[in-house]
Design a protein. Structure first.
Lengths: 340, 250
């Protein structure tokens, strides 16, 4: 059995590595995106963002004149520690608790916090000294720090879904699967080889891209590399498994491409690749939890930006494992070799 | 001679059409068995049911008296009519990959020599000519030292030189003791290579036996008058056209 899996594994690896254009695309796309976005957006955030400490998710703008300030996005937080961390990382310009007693937190090294504080004090009552000021110090999280896991995750998603899903559909359509079926190779062995091949390639590419960007841009890494690697590994398994579900029966590359895009785009928009979903509604955030990429990015950012431990990200890893199991079970149950 | 392969009452129905309609035949060990028929007669479907790549609606396939299963997959070599191989692999890598899928493995050098592939080993298999590609596909079918080989229209699209070269290869394989099941619509090919044939039409076998025996049963000592005055003995093509008709098949 292992000889057969190894033979298909090696064959698929050779096919991928010798396809220079695909290989170059897999390596260059994330690097170009990270550097481009880093150049374009690091240190830039047009809108002011203020956290409001309250239990309710919706902001009542009538609760305080400051909440009616234009060009400021107000986001509700019910966890003080989480919100304070955002201020520390310059992800929130100011955090306010309307009290009583009213308190606010700013980072003295954040330029935008300085201006938002002015706005707050302008709108506060004449007895503004009743608003208690607290300071939190910390270095900013640059956009490149924040977006790097998103781009790596997106690259992983494209590579896993298209690298497995699309390839299997192509094999089925051109008759290569039928040829393999006429050998002692089983569906389990074939799928295992495909998954293993893609896993090795994607982990090598992701590690290479991460290491390069980390060294060149000095991106933030607060947690353990092992935990990050584990997240990437478990995440890649779930994405490959999702690709298998799409490819299990489809015989047309056009249909496969459409289905894969149907999965890719919502996942890319709702999993937090480019922007945070913190300000989004409960429904959207709830929906995003069904996507493996959401769990991958949330846990990777938690490790890289907040120093989360393996225990902290265990729920995300568990969710990814469950999703992988469901996808693999469906994919194996409906897999077919032949075109018709 | 033991029966290497037996197809019993094979039926394959698709919505609105019966592609294979109760096909039965047996192939003794060591012979070359030809399955002939016009386009759409059901040859390829029949062979693919036997090979295990298409499910039959009903019927059974036996390999040396047992229902064809794991042993059959290990010992059968198959060359499909149309097969894509993995891109970017060389001829050698392609043969080695398929060879690794079997417990029974042929000697690599022997296959390469047998299929005249020595000069092509490092060539990307996408860059082979039609004849070279067919030799590679035959090599892939031989990687497990098969006792039973299926060749589905192996010379379709080849030039006369490549066809004759391929016939030599098939005769060599047969001389080595393997049983061959050949589907073709070239009657000269069947007459030269096959010991036994079955002619299919509309999903059924309409005639079966040794080519000379079938010709004798149909024509006896009759001679055929050709339009330009030549007189000759009837051949397999005459028999084929008499049994399956002259109308075009779609």
């Amino acid at each position: 059995m292992f000889n057969r899996i190894y033979a298909i594994f090696v064959g698929r690896n050779r096919e991928f590595v010798r396809d220079r254009s695909s290989l170059a695309w897999s390596l260059l796309l994330p690097v170009v995106l990270v550097f481009g976005l880093s150049f374009a957006f690091d240190g830039q955030r047009d809108e002011y963002t203020v956290g409001v400490l309250q239990a309710e998710p919706d902001i009542d703008t009538g609760a305080h004149p400051f909440l009616e300030t234009k060009y400021v996005r107000f986001v509700a937080y019910d966890d003080l520690d989480e919100a304070m961390l955002k201020v520390e990382r310059h992800q929130l310009d100011l955090l306010i608790d309307l009290g009583p007693p009213a308190r606010y937190w700013i980072n003295p090294t954040a330029a935008k916090g300085y201006f938002v504080e002015f706005a707050l004090l302008q709108t506060a009552s004449p007895s503004s000294n009743t608003v208690v000021k607290e300071q939190i110090e910390g270095d900013p999280v640059r956009y490149s720090d924040w977006v790097l896991p998103g781009i790596l995750g997106m690259n992983m998603m494209f590579s896993c879904l298209f690298g497995v899903g699309y390839v299997i559909v192509r094999y089925r359509k051109n008759g290569f699967l039928k040829r393999l079926r006429a050998t002692p190779l089983t569906a389990f062995e074939f799928i295992t080889a495909q998954v293993a091949s893609r896993m090795v390639l994607i982990m090598l590419i992701t590690t290479f891209v991460y290491t390069g960007t980390h060294l060149l841009l000095d991106t933030r890494m607060e947690g353990s590399y092992f935990t990050l690697f584990l997240i990437a590994l478990v995440g890649a398994i779930s994405l490959v498994s999702l690709g298998l579900v799409v490819s299990a029966r489809v015989t047309s590359e056009e249909l496969a491409g459409g289905l894969l895009n149907l999965i890719n785009w919502p996942m890319m928009l709702l999993s937090g690749v480019w922007f945070s979903l913190e300000g989004a509604g409960e429904t959207v955030r709830g929906m995003s939890q069904i996507f493996p990429l959401t769990h991958i990015l949330d846990s990777a950012r938690a490790v890289m930006l907040d120093g989360a431990t393996l225990t902290d990200v265990a729920p995300s890893l568990a969710a990814l494992t469950v999703l992988s199991g469901v996808f693999l079970a469906i994919g194996s149950a409906i897999f077919r070799w032949e075109q018709y | 001679m033991p029966i290497a392969l037996e197809a019993r009452d094979l039926v394959k129905e698709y919505p609105g059409v019966t592609a294979v309609d109760g096909v039965s035949f047996s192939v003794p060990e060591g012979i070359c068995f030809g399955l002939l028929g016009p386009n759409g007669a059901g040859k390829t479907t029949t062979v693919e049911i036997i090979e295990g790549v298409t499910r039959s609606t009903s019927g059974q396939v036996y390999y040396y008296g047992e229902i064809a299963g794991a042993k059959f997959r290990q010992e059968a070599g198959i060359q499909f009519q149309n097969t894509a191989l993995q891109d970017y692999l060389t001829v050698r890598e392609t043969i080695e990959m398929f060879r690794s899928l079997y417990e029974r493995q042929a000697d690599l050098d022997e296959i390469i020599e047998q299929c005249s592939l020595a000069d092509l080993l490092d060539r990307d298999n996408r860059k082979l000519s039609g004849g070279q590609r067919q030799r590679l596909l035959l090599a892939v079918a031989l990687v497990n030292r098969p006792r039973l080989i299926f060749l589905d229209e192996p010379t379709t699209g080849l030039d006369p030189q490549a066809r004759r070269n391929f016939w030599d290869l098939i005769q060599n394989i047969r001389a080595g003791g393997a049983t061959i099941v050949l589907t073709t619509h070239y009657m000269d090919e069947a007459q030269i290579l096959c010991d036994d044939i079955a002619i299919m039409d509309a999903g059924k076998i309409v005639s079966q036996g040794a080519p000379d025996q079938l010709l004798f049963e149909k024509y006896g000592d009759k001679l055929i008058n050709l339009s330009h005055g030549e007189i000759r003995r009837p051949n397999l093509e005459d028999l084929f056209l008499d049994l399956t008709g002259h109308s075009l098949r779609t």
